[in-house]
Design a protein around this ligand. Structure first.
Ligand code: NDP
Length: 322
């Protein structure tokens, strides 16, 4: 089968196409013929070495496809089933073996493209808005990179709960996309002081929660855009990892809460994975939320996808077709 592998850490050029043996499912595993693989920013961290992985490695953590065969002791899936999964390595490939407990069935009414696209970013949006900081109709929320893959989903999920959403973006085109997702106010954070603008938009109070996937350039200033006892949800590093923070700063800025969540801790049990997927798939089928597919590329163009993502040229989901 064809797959995209890295043999060393580096830029997008280290992503190489290989031909390797089709994997065989071990006991408890399901062999899936992948229809669509999702690209996530975390894949670029695995590639660069910011988040170390054992080498050589086939990148990619999410996909959707059709069950080809099952290993012994698999009880819930059979050949022909439509399935998807988050957080299993080896997804930039034609086939992948998935532990049964990490696989979810895809409802008939949902395309495999959307199922793949909703895994990491959608489940993250669900976890951050329902569990990390449960947003409600009284919440005022600041979402950085609001036209990004995770950003657009966060905007929609916060609006579903009736919150007021302020989104930051870099360009007018991205502002239009964030508005379409439901953002009430837009701040061009490259051009204006987003802290002053957030305080102005909230009558000097500050927001209840910040969802920050940008990191280095936004994290520390963001602490000044929160209301007293507000919550900083730092969940990514698109501009680089922020500098370490002295806990006393949280006191000085108004008894703030700081959390640095990662999705995997929010889908650690089968129950949580199923519950969040069931909500997400239902909302997608009903049209309560949508996922903007920025581009779909052939598997062999994974390096192009990484370049586009890292140079801020995307607004939404990037997919690969094996
Ligand atoms: P995005 O689609 O959001 O792409 C990144 C966006 O960040 C860019 O489009 C850009 O938007 C903005 N950005 C700001 N500064 C920079 C910079 N210097 N370089 C590149 N981009 C910049 O990506 P994802 O939705 O896939 O992921 C966003 C972040 O969230 C990543 O760090 C990812 O790892 C993290 N994440 C974390 C999860 C978790 O479990 N903790 C799960 C999912 C994602 P603009 O042009 O508008 O500034």
């Amino acid at each position: 089968m064809q797959a995209i592998q890295i043999q060393k850490n580096g830029g997008p050029e280290v992503l190489v196409t290989i031909n390797t043996e089709k994997p065989r499912p071990e006991p408890g595993q399901v062999l899936v013929k992948l229809d669509t693989c999702g690209i996530n920013y975390i894949d670029t961290y695995h590639r660069s070495g910011l988040y170390p992985v054992e080498l050589p490695a086939i990148l990619g953590l999410e996909a959707a496809g059709i069950v080809e065969s099952v290993g012994t002791a698999v009880t819930h899936f059979q050949p022909g089933d439509r399935v998807a999964y988050p957080n299993v390595p080896g997804s930039y490939a034609e086939y992948n073996c998935i532990p049964e407990e990490r696989l979810v069935p895809v409802p008939d009414g949902l395309s495999l493209e959307l199922a793949a696209a909703s895994m990491l970013q959608g489940l993250t949006g669900h976890a951050l808005t329902h569990s990390t900081y449960p947003v409600d109709a009284n919440s005022q929320v600041l979402i950085h990179a609001a036209a990004g893959g995770a950003g657009q989903l966060l905007v929609q999920l916060c609006k579903m709960k009736g919150a007021r959403v302020i989104g930051t973006v870099s360009t007018q085109a991205k502002a239009n996309i964030a508005k379409q997702a439901g953002a009430d106010d837009i701040i061009f954070y490259n051009d204006v002081d987003f802290v002053a603008e957030t305080r102005r938009l909230t009558d000097g109070v500050g927001v209840d929660v910040i969802y920050d996937s940008v990191g280095k350039t936004t994290f520390e200033p963001g602490l000044s855009a929160l209301r007293p006892r507000g919550t900083m949800v730092l969940f990514g590093n698109a501009s680089g990892a922020p500098d370490p923070v002295n806990p006393a700063l949280l006191m000085q800025k108004g008894s703030l809460f700081l959390t640095r969540p990662i999705l995997f801790d929010y889908i650690a049990t089968r129950e949580e994975l199923e519950q969040r997927c069931s909500d997400l798939f239902g909302w997608l089928e009903n049209g309560d939320i949508s996922i903007r597919i920025d581009r779909t590329l052939p598997l062999a163009d994974a390096a192009t996808a990484h370049r586009l993502l890292e140079s801020r040229q995307t607004a939404g989901k990037l997919l690969l077709k094996p």
